[in-house]
Design a protein around this ligand. Structure first.
Ligand code: ZN
Length: 302
C-alpha cells in the first residue's frame, strides 16, 4: 500500500525532475486562414485535488484515477494563445506573472524562444480575471508589461472584479483573487475596451459570453471563411471530468450551475461542428477537438 505521503513525494518528484517531458515554452500550433496560432506555456498550476472535487459527486474521483491523475495534487498546464497575422500580434490572457505561484508565470521564457518581445503585442484579449490569466499584466514594479497593447475584457467581467463589494462576496478561498484583480485592472482602467456577447472584437474574432467559471467569462471564436477555432479559456477547464461529465459541478467554477450549462452548450456545438478548441488548462498545448463518446465527450489532442 502506498501512503498518501509517498504519493505526494512522487508527485513532487515528477514536477521537478529535469528530464520530465514537460514542454517548457511552446505548446502547439495551428494555422487558420492567414492567422498563425501558437499556444505558449506559462508553466503549470499546483493545486490540491479539492480545488476541482469540491461540489462534485464522489464518482469524480474514479474519473481522475482512470486518467492517472492524483487527487492529492493536480498540476494542470497553462496555455496562453498567441495569434499573429499580417498586422496584429494578439495575446489571449497574459499568464500568472511573477507573484502567483512558483510553477507558473513562465511566459517570458516562451517569448524568448519565439523571438518576440512584450512590445510586439498589439492586443491583449482576456477570457476572465482569475490570477493565472490576469496577473501577468504587471511587472515587479507594477508597470504594465505590454506597453503597446490595447486591452480587451468582457464588460460584465470587468464590472465584477472592479466592484468593491466583490472582495466581500467572493468567499474566503478567493479573496486574494478579488484584491489582485481589482489592483491590476485599476492600472489599465483607462486603456481597456469593454465588450459584450456577440461583439466582433477584432476582424475575424468574435466574443461569446460563457459565464459560470466567472460571471463575465468570454470565449473567443476565430474565423476564416468556413473554418473556425474556439479559444475556450476556462469554460471547459480540464480534459477529464469536464468532458466525461460536463453536467457535474466543479469546485473551480464560481457559479457551478451556470458553468455546467455553459460547458454543455459549448461541447455540443464543438462536437457537432468539429471545430477545434484551445483550452487554457488542456493537455498537449491545449489544442484539440471534442468528440462524442458513449453519450458524453472526450478530448482528442491534435
Ligand atoms: Zn485558469
Amino acid at each position: 500500500m502506498i501512503s498518501r505521503r509517498s504519493l505526494m513525494t512522487l508527485a513532487a518528484a515528477a514536477v521537478t525532475a529535469p528530464l520530465a517531458p514537460r514542454r517548457l515554452w511552446a505548446g502547439n500550433t495551428l494555422t487558420l486562414g492567414g492567422m498563425q496560432i501558437d499556444t505558449l506555456s506559462d508553466g503549470f498550476l499546483t493545486l490540491p485535488g479539492s480545488f476541482l472535487l469540491d461540489g462534485a459527486p464522489p464518482e469524480a474521483t474514479d474519473i481522475l484515477t482512470r486518467y492517472g491523475i492524483s487527487t492529492d495534487q493536480m498540476t494542470p498546464p497553462c496555455n496562453v494563445t498567441l495569434l499573429r497575422d499580417a498586422d496584429r500580434v494578439v495575446l489571449f490572457d497574459v499568464g500568472a506573472g511573477h507573484d502567483f505561484m512558483p510553477s507558473a508565470g513562465k511566459l517570458a521564457e516562451a517569448f524568448d524562444t519565439l523571438g518576440i518581445t512584450p512590445e510586439d503585442i498589439t492586443h491583449v484579449l482576456f477570457t476572465h480575471g482569475h490570477p493565472d490569466h490576469l496577473w501577468g499584466l504587471l511587472d515587479e514594479f507594477d508597470d504594465p508589461i505590454f506597453p503597446n497593447a490595447e486591452f480587451v475584457m468582457g464588460q460584465a467581467e470587468f464590472d465584477y472584479w472592479t466592484d468593491p463589494e466583490t472582495v466581500n462576496t467572493i468567499g474566503a478561498a478567493r479573496t486574494t483573487f478579488a484584491v489582485g484583480a481589482a489592483r491590476r485592472l485599476g492600472v489599465i482602467a483607462d486603456q481597456i475596451r469593454l465588450i459584450a456577447d456577440g461583439d466582433e472584437v477584432l476582424p475575424g474574432i468574435a466574443a461569446h459570453l460563457t459565464p459560470g467559471h466567472t460571471p463575465g467569462h468570454i470565449a473567443y471564436e476565430l474565423r476564416a471563411g468556413s473554418e473556425g477555432v474556439l479559444i475556450a479559456g476556462d469554460a471547459i477547464g480540464n480534459h477529464h471530468i469536464a468532458f466525461e461529465r460536463p453536467d457535474w459541478h466543479s469546485g473551480s467554477d464560481q457559479d457551478a450551475e451556470t458553468a455546467a450549462a455553459t460547458r454543455l452548450r459549448l461541447l455540443d456545438r464543438l462536437a457537432s461542428e468539429q471545430m477545434p478548441l484551445i483550452g487554457f488548462h488542456l493537455p498537449g498545448g491545449g489544442i484539440g477537438r471534442a468528440e462524442r463518446a458513449d453519450g458524453t465527450y472526450r478530448f482528442v489532442e491534435s
